[in-house]
Design a protein around this ligand. Structure first.
Ligand code: HPA
Length: 277
């Protein structure tokens, strides 16, 4: 059996030894949203360390866990903590958690992240619904022998971010009176922030916001036939646009400030997702 697939199945077996919960929606909690799951009706939690071979964050004390529960009557699994490619994990490990959540039962992948704004109409603190991505600066997570059990060799990526789910997020933001930007997200590897020249290049390419996650997970999820949607918190204006130096602390502070609205938008959207799955 393909090694990557064999590892995934071992992880699934470990999960199933602990819970038979079958989530409908998989939610990846980005910066500032770590405590989102405190507000849901929790059924079960699994520490990532209890899943053999599961990639855990290299930041001490930030390993993370799966939290299973209900948002309204929607069954969800939340990822509190995730690994990034820049931590040194192979790209197959970076997407393993999303693949695993699909095998647990999730039909929808809802990704959230922090980004730097490139579109001149954006301000720090804006939310951007991801309508498409540029993933050409990271290795493609589907490189290697195709895992036929998961999906096809050459998957179409015309609509990675599901159009119905986009409508749901739009109408949820409108209902809550939350300003919602829309645009193209580019994933770069990090961990260094981009140079101003790179940001100018991305702007010319039609990129609206840049970050260090998400696009590879979205590719792997689309490969498996999941419906994907994503919202990015534009925590800062990208290098060269913002005149001050970028810091991780600044990104985290902006994400924390945006968190209450972000959580409300996620909850409202998840409640409506029930209608399309
Ligand atoms: N660049 C890359 N990733 C980020 C940024 C940025 O400006 N802000 C938050 N995450």
């Amino acid at each position: 059996m393909n090694e990557v697939y064999a590892k995934l199945i071992r992880c699934l077996e470990d999960v199933r030894r602990i819970t038979d919960f079958e989530p409908e929606v998989a939610l990846v909690l980005g910066s500032g949203l770590g405590d989102y799951a405190d507000g849901i009706k929790v059924e079960c939690e699994i520490d990532y360390h209890d899943i053999s071979g599961f990639p855990v964050s290299t930041v001490p004390g930030h390993a993370g866990k799966f939290i299973f529960g209900y948002v309204g009557d929607v069954k969800v699994v939340c990822m509190k903590g995730r690994v990034h490619f820049y931590e040194g994990y192979p790209i197959s490990d970076v997407v393993l958690p999303c693949r695993l959540m699909k095998l647990m039962g999730a039909k929808v992948l809802f990704v959230t992240n922090a980004s730097g704004g490139i579109n001149p109409a954006f301000s720090g603190g804006d939310f951007m619904m991801i309508t498409d991505h540029v993933a050409a600066f990271t290795p493609n997570p589907l490189i290697g022998p195709n895992i036929d059990e998961l999906g096809t060799r050459f998957p179409d990526m015309s609509h990675v971010y599901d159009l119905e789910l986009q409508d749901i997020i739009r109408s949820s933001a409108k209902k809550l009176g939350i300003k919602l930007q829309e645009g193209v997200y580019a994933q770069l590897t990090g961990p260094s922030f981009e140079s101003p020249a790179e940001i100018r290049m991305l702007g010319i390419m039609g990129v609206d916001a840049v970050g260090m996650s998400t696009a590879v997970e979205a590719i792997a999820a689309n490969h498996m036939g999941m419906k994907v949607c994503g919202i990015s918190c534009v925590c800062n204006l990208a290098a060269g646009i913002q005149k001050t130096a970028l810091t991780h602390d600044e990104v985290q502070a902006a994400a924390a400030e945006a968190a209450p609205k972000f959580k409300a938008l996620i909850t409202e959207s998840i409640l409506k997702i029930k209608d399309v799955i």
